[in-house]
Structures are given as C-alpha cells and as structure tokens.
Design a protein around this ligand. Structure first.
Ligand SMILES: NC(=O)c1ccc[n+]([C@@H]2O[C@H](COP(=O)([O-])OP(=O)(O)OC[C@H]3O[C@@H](n4cnc5c(N)ncnc54)[C@H](OP(=O)(O)O)[C@@H]3O)[C@@H](O)[C@H]2O)c1
Length: 289
C-alpha cells in the first residue's frame, strides 16, 4: 500500500548549497508567463509575494519573459524585501557577448529596480562563443552587478565544454527541464552535475500544468491524500542538489505547491511513480521547451 506522512520537521524549507557555499531554498518560483498583461500584473505580484512569505524566496525570471514585463512585476515583489530574496534572471543568447551582456544585465537591473542579481544565467546556447559570455559574466561579477552566474538548457557535452574554460568552474547551476514526464537527464546530465557539485534547477516541474492532468498521477496523489502538484514537486525534490521553480499566479496553487515540502515519499510511492513515469532506459538528448 502507498504511504506518505506529513512531518512537521520536513515542513521547513530545505536549502540547497551552491558551489560558493551560499544556500538557496529548494523550492522557488517562476515567472515565464507573467508581465504580459497589465490587468494581471497585480494578481501575479500577489501570488509571488505569498510564495515569498511562505519561504519560496528564490524567484526566476528573464529578460525574455513578457519582453521585460516579468522583471517589472518582480520589481514590485522585491521592493522592501530585497535582502531576503534570491533573484535569478537570464540573458538571451544573442545578448550574451562581451559588451552586449553588460548592457542586457544593466537593463534587467533597471527593470527589477535593484543593484544586483543573485544569479544570472545564459538562457540557452547561441552563436556567441561560450568563452566570451563567461568573460562578460566574470566582469559583471567583479563589478558587483551579479553575485554569481550559470547556464540553462545545457546538455552534458555543453557542460563539459563550459567547465574546461578559464573560470568555467564558477558555473553555479544549469537550469533544465525536469519533471515526472521528462526524466531523460537522469541518465547522464544529472549524475554528471552531482559529481561536479553543480546544483540543478528544474524548470517546468509541473510539466507546465499538463502533467497534473495525468490520471495515474492523480490517483497516486489521491491515495496519499495530497494534490498532484504537491506530489509532482516533492518528487522533483527527492534527491540532493535540486531546486524547483514552479510558476503560479493563483494563491491556492501557491499554497498547494508549498505543501509539497511536508510530504514524505516512501519506497512504495516512489516505485509506483517509477512504474507510471519510467526513468530513461538509455541516453537521450536534453529535452527543452
Ligand atoms: N530556462 C528555460 O528555458 C525555461 C523554460 C521554461 C520555464 N522556465 C522557468 O520555469 C518556471 C516554471 O515552468 P513553467 O511555468 O513552464 O511550468 P510549471 O511551473 O511546470 O507549470 C506552470 C503551470 O502550472 C499551473 N500550476 C501551478 N501550480 C499549480 C497547482 N498547485 N495546481 C494546479 N496547477 C498549477 C500554473 O497555472 P496557475 O497560474 O493557474 O497556477 C501554470 O499553468 C517558469 O515560470 C520559468 O521561470 C525556464
């Protein structure tokens, strides 16, 4: 029989250490579809603010989201509580050059109304040589405009190339697609990152909402007396060195997501999830959205 218990001890937010020793909450929040419409901005800011109050103080955004609009929504959330927050933004690959990355970062800082990013990521690999981007990131870091940097949508070969560059080992994370329905990274990328002490930031941990409609997930969650969302998130966070950044503009959903951390997954539950959503049986290319 499947079992899960609510444990007050695990209700506290677990933290994940970054390579520089700073720790961040394992459960953060995303902002991909935010800042696109003015009429929704205050509801979006309210959901993010609730998440922050519940301990989900790491928030992921990007210059791409809402064409800068998501960063502006986030500015409302961080105002007055900047020091308690861990702000992540991303640069477009075409803006990731020696000079262009500096200007892109300055534009992000101005939209966010802050003087520094806690983490700045290359959104995906483009044509600009990686070494040039790393140089720009290091300059931003020495100028105090970013505290650390990382990458996103990098497969194992990209990560190998990155860490071989001068200063490449400063990479603080690789943000990639990971959820129950998309487990390909478990074959090579995830073990490689663990071995190199680089935490993984799981994006779309709820499969963009579509995963939550799967009947087998819903029935396992029902048996545990929890929601499919809480179960899916708890599963993503079952191992060390993983951060998940679900997005929600709905207060009830934010609470449900936070509840994931009070779930304890036992072996029969993990086996049932493996049977419903099998791990990879061989190497696969990194899935991206
Ligand atoms: N680096 C990259 O290339 C990349 C790519 C994609 C995403 N990301 C980042 O990852 C974040 C999360 O990914 P995502 O937004 O693609 O997908 P997601 O977090 O997997 O799913 C978001 C969807 O799930 C719904 N949802 C959230 N909590 C729920 C709950 N408890 N119950 C039911 N529905 C729930 C949301 O709707 P409601 O608003 O109604 O709750 C929304 O439609 C993004 O916001 C972004 O910051 C990065």
């Amino acid at each position: 029989m499947l079992g899960a218990m609510k444990s007050p001890a695990t209700a506290d937010m677990p933290r994940v250490p970054l390579p520089d020793g700073t720790t961040v909450p394992a459960l953060g929040q995303g902002t991909w579809t935010m800042g696109e419409r003015k009429a929704r901005a205050s509801a979006e800011a309210a959901s993010l603010t609730l998440g922050v109050e519940l301990g989900m103080t790491l928030v992921d955004t990007a210059e791409m989201y809402g064409d800068g609009g998501a960063e502006e929504v986030l500015a409302e959330v961080i105002a007055g509580r900047r020091d308690r927050m861990f702000v992540v933004s991303k640069v477009y690959p075409h803006n990731a050059g020696r000079k262009s990355a500096i200007s892109a970062c300055e534009r992000s800082l101005s939209r966010l109304r802050t003087d520094r990013l806690d983490l700045y990521l290359l959104h995906w690999r483009g044509r600009i040589p990686l070494g040039e981007t790393v140089e720009a990131f290091e300059r931003l870091r020495s100028d105090g405009k970013i505290l650390r940097w990382g990458v996103s949508n990098f497969d194992t070969a990209d990560m190998r190339e990155l860490v071989a560059l001068p200063e490449g080992r400063r990479c603080a994370t690789n943000q990639v697609l990971y959820h129950l329905g998309e487990r390909g990274i478990e074959w090579e990328l995830m073990p490689w990152m663990r071995q190199h002490g680089i935490p993984l930031m799981a994006y779309s941990p709820l499969g963009q909402g579509a995963l939550l409609k799967k009947r087998n997930l819903a029935s396992i969650a029902k048996g545990l007396g929890t929601t499919p969302a809480a179960l899916a998130l708890r599963w993503v966070l079952r191992g060390p060195g993983v951060i998940a950044i679900p997005e929600s503009a709905n207060l009830e959903h934010v609470r449900a997501n936070r509840d994931a951390l009070s779930l304890v997954l036992d072996r029969p539950t993990l086996d049932a999830l493996d049977a419903a959503f099998p791990p990879p049986a061989g190497p696969t290319r990194l899935a991206v959205i």
